[in-house]
Design a protein around this ligand. Structure first.
Ligand SMILES: C[S@@+](CC[C@H](N)C(=O)[O-])C[C@H]1O[C@@H](n2cnc3c(N)ncnc32)[C@H](O)[C@@H]1O
Length: 371
């Protein structure tokens, strides 16, 4: 995944091997390669270029995460407690957590890990204990973390594959899935090509898990799909979850991201699609190579898949929308203020984190517990 080759070189090799590159290899190169988005282009703060903004920039977001995390850390108690943040970006959470930690008098060390050298260098200004590495291969020993592992908008950022459902047009019978590849044609131009999924592809395991889930709720996934329905599927989310389970001895994993449950998305056409930020680089899925290195390529997280995996790993799960999670951290008095907001009350940022998200229903919170 962490190729340092340029896309052209990757494609050249693919041609030499008479092969082609699947879409996730392209995403890996585009995000993490030497010229990749996260290494070269991701913008920091208000520097010229594209804004890099998530809820983590909002002080209310950090405050409400802390209200959940601090009691959890206190309850665990004992020495060597850690808060491990993965993919912390500009380190906004780290910066504010330090201030809140002193006020709350809870003792833990804050460890940040990010794949981007640019971003990890920036995060250093908010404290030591920074690691530049990929979250899907953590340089941490088994069961070395007691505390909280936190990832905001990281799962959506991992390289993903693109597949489409193929049905027999006359009888509407499901035939299987095809995977999107890029190949070089005779003129050395990059072309998108849909290929049947190989029998040994990990896509099959993923697909079977979703099918089993549908069966368990009395439905048939294949029947519900339209011919040609496209999905972005993130197989690294499984690797990442297994990795987090490996390093966690006791405590919580908090995953916040945009995404949904699989069955909801089937009624709501158009999700699990490619998203490109900044939007000015947006192109159609099959032409995504035209924006290589320029954009953050992401897709919605399949929370059904994450929950099924967590159950397989014996983790206790709790899943809700971001706005309901955030609201559950408010005091009674604050709840009243949200209903009748005063123009100048100190919670003027509440709208972005609570109400707006509630309307849009984009962000979800998955909490996994161990021990
Ligand atoms: C959308 S940003 C979110 C940043 C931050 N959590 C926030 O909410 O502002 C995604 C972050 O994940 C990091 N990242 C992407 N892939 C990663 C990986 N495989 N391992 C570790 N960090 C990764 C990026 O460098 C970036 O900092």
């Amino acid at each position: 995944m962490l190729s340092t080759n340029s896309l052209a070189r990757v494609l050249h090799c693919a041609r030499r091997d008479n092969g082609a590159i699947p879409f996730d290899v392209f995403v890996g190169e585009s995000l993490y390669g030497q010229n990749g988005f996260y290494q070269k282009r991701v913008s920091i703060g208000n520097e010229a270029g594209d804004a890099f903004c998530t809820h983590a920039e909002n002080p209310l977001f950090t405050e409400l995460i802390a209200r959940h995390a601090f009691p959890c850390l206190r309850e665990l108690g004992g020495p060597s407690l850690r808060f491990l943040e993965l993919g912390g970006g500009m380190g906004s959470l780290k910066k504010r957590f330090k201030e809140l930690k002193y006020r709350a008098g809870v003792d833990f060390s804050y460890l940040s890990l990010d794949i981007s050298k640019r971003l990890i260098d920036f995060q250093k200004r908010w404290g030591k204990d920074n690691i530049q590495a990929s979250a899907i291969s953590l340089p941490l020993a088994d069961r070395s973390i007691r505390g909280v592992i936190f990832a905001n908008e990281l799962f959506d950022a991992l390289p993903f594959k693109v597949v489409r459902a193929v049905k027999n047009k006359d009888q509407n019978l499901f035939q299987g899935v095809e995977e999107l590849y890029y190949v070089l044609d005779k003129q050395n131009e990059i072309q998108a090509e849909w290929r049947p999924v190989e029998p040994n592809s990990p896509i099959n395991n993923y697909w079977e898990r979703q099918q089993r889930y549908f069966q368990s709720i009395g439905r048939n996934l294949d029947d519900e799909l339209e011919n040609g329905r496209v999905f972005c599927i993130n197989l690294y989310e499984e690797t990442l979850l297994r990795e987090l389970n490996r390093v966690l001895a006791q405590g919580e994993i908090i995953i916040i991201d945009y995404g949904d449950e699989l069955d909801k998305t089937l009624n709501d056409k158009g999700v699990f699609d490619l998203r490109m930020y900044p939007k000015k680089h947006e192109v159609k899925l099959e032409q995504a190579h035209q924006s290589v290195y320029l954009a953050d390529l992401t897709t919605d997280v399949n929370f059904t898949n994450l929950m099924l995996l967590a159950e397989e790993l014996d983790l206790e799960t709790s899943y809700q929308t971001q706005s309901s999670f955030m609201k559950s951290q408010l005091t009674r008095e604050e709840e009243t203020m949200i209903v009748n907001p005063l123009a100048d009350h100190p919670w003027h940022e509440y709208d972005e984190v609570l109400t707006k998200d509630e309307k849009e229903d984009v962000f979800k919170v998955l909490i996994l517990r161990k021990g």
